[in-house]
Structures are given as C-alpha cells and as structure tokens.
Design a protein around this ligand. Structure first.
Ligand code: ATP
Ligand code: MG
Length: 295
C-alpha cells in the first residue's frame, strides 16, 4: 500500500481547514486509515473538530478511522534540537554543547524543525491517506522551498562552511535522504494531490495562479483547485444575489480557463460555519458527489 498525500493550500481564510477537514472525514468514513495534520502555527483543528488535539496524534470522535495532529512550532523546535544534540552529548564536553545549542537557536532552526516534522509524516506508511492543512500560501511555499536550499546547505556544511543551524553534519546527511524522498513524493502527482482553495473573486484567483506558478518553480504541480463559497443558485431570487452569483460563476469559468488541465471543484456557501463531523459529512457529500474522487 502506498500512502496518498493531500496538501491544501491557499490564502488566509479561503477555506483550507474546512476543505481539508471535509476530505479527512470523507476518507475516514470510508474506512481508510486517515491522518489530518496541520502545519499552520495558528492551528485550529481543535476548534473545528470540537475536541482537544494539540501536538500529538489524536483520534477524532465519531469517525472510525480518522486521527489528527496540530504541529506546535515550539515543541517541534525543542524536539528537533534535542534530536540534533543527543548524539553530541556523549562525545563532547559541556562548553561545546553550549556552542551547538546557541547555533541551534535561530529562526532558521525553527523553520527546519517545522519542516522536519512535516517530513516525518511523509516518511511514514502507517496511514492510507495523510492530509496536510497548511498555513496561508506564502508560509507553505517557503516551507517547501527549504529543502531545495537545504541540499545546498548540506553541501556547504559538509565542506566545513555555511550555517550549522541544522545540527551536526552526520545527522544532516542522514536527513538529506529522508528530505529528498519527501520532495520526490511531493513532485509525484500519483502520490501527492496538491489542492489550492480559493474564493470566487479576482484577488483570490490571481493569488492562486501566482502561488501555483511559485510551486511549479520547485517542481510541484497543482492537481486540483476548489472554488469555495459559491452562493447556491436557488438563492438567486432577488437581483442582488442574482448579480453576485453571476459574478461568482464568472470566476469559476476564469479558474477553469486558467487551469485547463486540472479538475476545478466548487463548494457552496453554507448558512453556518463548517464545524463538527456532521457538518463535514454534509460538505463532503457536495465535494465528492460525482467527482470520481470517491473511490
Ligand atoms: N463553504 C463554506 N460555507 C460556510 N462557511 C464556510 C465555508 N468555507 C469556510 N467557511 C467558514 O469560513 C471561515 C474560514 O474558513 P477556514 O478556517 O476553513 O479557512 P482557512 O483557509 O483555513 O483560514 P486560515 O487561513 O485562517 O487558516 C470559517 O469560519 C469557516 O467555517
Ligand atoms: Mg486554516
């Protein structure tokens, strides 16, 4: 069995968490062993699933095969530092460890730690489906770009130059293979579905096109776009909403033109927030209806 990875990306507030959670409940309900992970430092899976989750793999109540985890950047950084320092502790004296600790306390380490944790979930074959609810686009692309520079970093470090926020060279080279594997999986669209969520608006469309190009620059193809928040047609009973609906449909059409080779899905606007397993089943029945994605 090969794990399927599904990443949800997009601008702030467009519905990434809602669509990722909808997808997670859908696969979990199908009996597929599913994990939803958020790499967003402002994680809110606990809110939407209405139960405590946090920095550990937690079973979601009411869905047979669904687990969730919110990566906590501080805890990820601690774990990463400890993992980097552990092999040194046995070999070197306290002063040297202190120096190493200092080198491991910049923002670069934090980024590496978040990425490292993310990669951990790409390295496992414990789940049939792993879904990533990511932070708003810029942050995610930076995260994914990291290992591209990272290879260069490793080369520099092993030659004795460059920054050492990644820990000792031996460990770096250990990780390199893991990272390269993960990036290859991300680039393989039979393994990884990269989904952009957008609103049916000009700025959202522009941002989606731009981000998709940025992603393509690092060799990752967009495989799906979800246009979220369409006012249902039956609401077109007054001129105001009719006009609004027409504009929204125009942006769906534009999205199709801009991404001619991939599937554009739509998701209607509900009159309540997307929250709770029952609500995700409702949105799931719309998202997966007749899409051929429900196998
Ligand atoms: N189709 C929809 N119908 C009704 N409400 C929706 C819909 N999609 C999203 N929402 C609501 O809009 C808000 C933002 O959605 P969500 O949290 O999924 O976006 P996000 O892209 O994950 O945001 P962030 O960038 O802050 O993580 C939430 O309150 C959510 O319940
Ligand atoms: Mg979110």
């Amino acid at each position: 069995m090969e794990t399927k990875f599904i990443l949800f990306s997009g601008k702030g507030g467009v519905g990434k968490t809602s669509m990722a959670s909808t997808t997670a409940v859908h696969y979990g309900d199908q009996g597929k062993k599913t994990l939803i992970v958020t790499t967003d430092p402002a994680a809110n899976l606990s809110d939407v699933f209405e139960q405590e989750i946090g920095h550990k793999i937690t079973k979601i109540n009411g869905v047979e095969n669904l687990h969730a985890m919110e990566i906590n950047p501080d805890k990820a950084t601690e774990e990463y530092k400890e993992r980097s320092l552990a092999p040194m502790r046995e070999l070197f004296d306290e002063d040297l460890i202190k120096v190493a600790e200092e080198q491991l306390s910049g923002p670069c380490t934090e980024e590496m730690a978040a990425f490292d944790k993310f990669i951990d979930f790409m390295d496992t074959d414990e789940y049939e489906v792993v879904i990533f609810d990511t932070a708003p686009t810029g942050h995610t692309i930076r995260l994914l770009e990291l290992p591209v520079d990272w290879s260069k970093h490793i080369e520099a470090s092993s030659k004795g130059s460059g920054q050492t926020c990644m820990g000792p060279v031996a460990l770096i080279q250990d990780s390199k293979k893991k990272y390269d594997d993960a990036i290859n999986k991300l680039r393989d669209f039979s393994r990884t579905d990269f989904v952009f969520v957008m609103q049916p608006e000009q700025t959202s469309l522009e941002e989606t096109i731009r981000s998709s190009e940025d992603l393509e620059d690092i060799g990752i193809k967009t495989t799906r776009v979800i246009v979220n928040g369409l006012i249902p047609n039956e609401e077109a009973i007054n001129p105001f909403f009719k006009k609004k609906i027409d504009r929204q449909q125009m942006y769906v059409a534009k999205a199709k033109e801009s991404f001619p080779h991939i599937s554009i899905q739509t998701m209607e606007l509900f009159d309540s927030e997307l929250k709770g397993v029952e609500m995700f089943r409702k949105s799931g029945s719309k998202l997966f209806k007749g899409s051929g994605q429900d196998e």
